[in-house]
Design a protein around this ligand. Structure first.
Ligand SMILES: CC(C)(COP(=O)(O)OP(=O)(O)OC[C@H]1O[C@@H](n2cnc3c(N)ncnc32)[C@H](O)[C@@H]1OP(=O)(O)O)[C@@H](O)C(=O)NCCC(=O)NCCS
Length: 439
């Protein structure tokens, strides 16, 4: 985000037909401009009004770190700011241990008195143009509601699960053949964690396709949210790290205990935010968490859909999936570049026809040629194997959603026999893409 604080040239947005809907419908006019440093408080007010959040002075400090006027678009009605959308530069881990830069979108809100007048459309036009003009191959966001961003070409590419397990049922099998890590679990003070986790994260985040870099402002927000949550539960926040003999952090988790003495004995809920790191470190951290005293229930707020914990348990059915939901949304701005950046399985060829009603110039027919996991991609005049929307391409991009499932849902058309199977065998990825970094 800070990289854009100087303020890029305002992009020439809104030329594509798909953006003009509000004006065409004769809705009241509003103006859109880049934010200025002095707009921060109004931007926070609009986002709070949009989400129904109270004003929190402590959050202002976090927002000051996040705010990048040159990347934030505001909608105005006269002098008043009534909508906002902020861009942020991030790095996304891709299948095959690779990564790409990406243009994130956050702080999207329109004040309730000005909704459904095309303000989000205007803000999106500017945000998308800015990301494209700055050469980002893809755009990313987390959506408050899953029905909003498909029309802008974003598809849900990662999913997460929230799990619950009674500690009584949390015995691990005694025949687990886990890699011996020599890892030790230590608790860090919050100051130590602030100092050490960012460096560790830079090494660990590539373990999982779908994970993001955590710039300074993401860490500030991560600690802020967790400390707030723990303090609402009248609890302390703990950060446990799994370190190798060389003091290198291989994995970490954040948790707090919600007290429950209702029955006269402790049945606390252990709220676990996320368990991240190498597979060996994650296993070690799970066994640490399952042995903590006073715990009645272990509640895991976010974990991958293929979380190995289930298969570590003596009684796997007891790990209840409380919820699964969409996580990170992906939008390709440069189809050939984005497709060539990720890794694939094996060798093969597939020709995709991408329909992009919002930004038709980004669509077309693309040939993807994969050899031993590495791909090249270019526009072609060949006949396509599969026809799909920009939104569907975003959904399958990280290998967590199959072409076949989207075809069965009527969202992808197979134009040549076996093309779905071919595309799935190249694209699908394990471990399942997951993103614990909400921004
Ligand atoms: C979501 C929000 C930003 C939309 O702003 P808006 O200015 O009312 O949206 P627009 O008028 O530009 O609508 C653009 C399109 O999105 C659709 N849309 C808007 N909000 C939607 C929602 N919550 N669910 C599904 N579709 C939605 C509109 O119907 C319109 O569709 P169309 O033009 O394709 O026919 C606004 O309602 C808001 O601030 N909501 C609360 C906070 C929030 O959810 N923020 C998003 C965070 S990711």
């Amino acid at each position: 985000m800070n990289d854009h604080s100087q303020g890029p040239t305002p992009p020439s947005a809104g030329k594509s037909a798909g953006f003009a809907k509000g004006a065409a419908a004769g809705r009241p006019p509003h103006a859109v401009r880049l934010a200025e440093q002095s707009d921060l408080r109004d931007v926070i007010r609009v986002v709070n009004e949009a989400f129904g959040h109270p004003h929190d002075p402590k959050l202002v400090e976090v927002c000051e770190r996040m705010f990048s006027p040159g990347a934030t678009w505001v909608a105005t009605d006269g002098e008043d700011i009534v909508g906002s959308a902020a861009g942020a530069q991030l790095r996304l881990a891709l299948p095959g241990g690779r990564e790409t830069t990406a243009w994130g979108l956050t702080w999207v809100g329109v004040t309730p008195t000005h909704r459904r007048q095309g303000i989000l459309r205007s803000l999106m036009a500017r945000h998308l143009s800015q990301g494209r003009e700055q050469g980002f191959p893809i755009g990313l966001l987390f959506a408050a509601e899953s029905g909003i961003y498909g029309r802008f070409g974003y598809g849900a590419a990662t999913y997460y699960a929230a799990y619950e397990l009674s500690r009584r049922d949390g015995d691990l099998r005694n025949d687990l053949n886990l890699p011996s890590t020599g890892c030790r679990v230590d608790l860090l003070s919050l100051d130590q964690a602030r100092a050490r986790l960012p460096e560790a994260w830079e090494r660990l985040r590539l373990e999982r396709a779908g994970e993001l870099s955590r710039p300074d402002w993401v860490w500030a927000d991560w600690f802020f949210e967790l400390e707030q949550e723990a303090s609402r539960a009248n609890a302390a926040l703990f950060i446990a790290v799994c370190s190798s003999q060389h003091e290198r952090i291989e994995g970490f988790t954040a948790y707090y205990l919600e007290e429950n003495w209702e029955r006269g004995y402790p049945e606390h809920t252990l709220q676990v935010r996320e368990v991240v790191g190498s597979p060996a470190a994650r296993s070690r951290l799970w066994s640490y968490l399952l042995q903590l005293d006073l715990v009645g229930t272990l509640a895991v707020q976010t974990a991958p859909l293929d979380e190995p914990l289930r298969w570590m348990l003596r009684d796997p059915r007891r790990l209840r999936t409380k919820r699964t939901a969409d996580g990170l949304y992906v939008r390709l701005f440069d189809v050939p570049k984005a497709l060539a950046q990720r890794g694939y399985r094996g060798t093969g060829r597939v020709v995709l026809e991408v329909e992009d009603p919002l930004l038709p110039e980004l669509g077309g027919v693309f040939e993807l040629l994969v050899e031993d996991g590495a791909a090249g991609c270019h526009r072609t005049h060949s006949d396509p194997d599969l026809r799909l929307s920009a939104e569907a391409l975003g959904a399958v991009y990280l290998g967590g959603v199959s072409f076949s499932a989207l075809a069965q849902a009527g969202r992808i058309r197979e134009l040549r026999p076996q093309a779905l199977a071919r595309a799935d065998s190249l694209f699908l990825w394990s471990p399942a893409p997951w993103c614990a970094t909400v921004f």
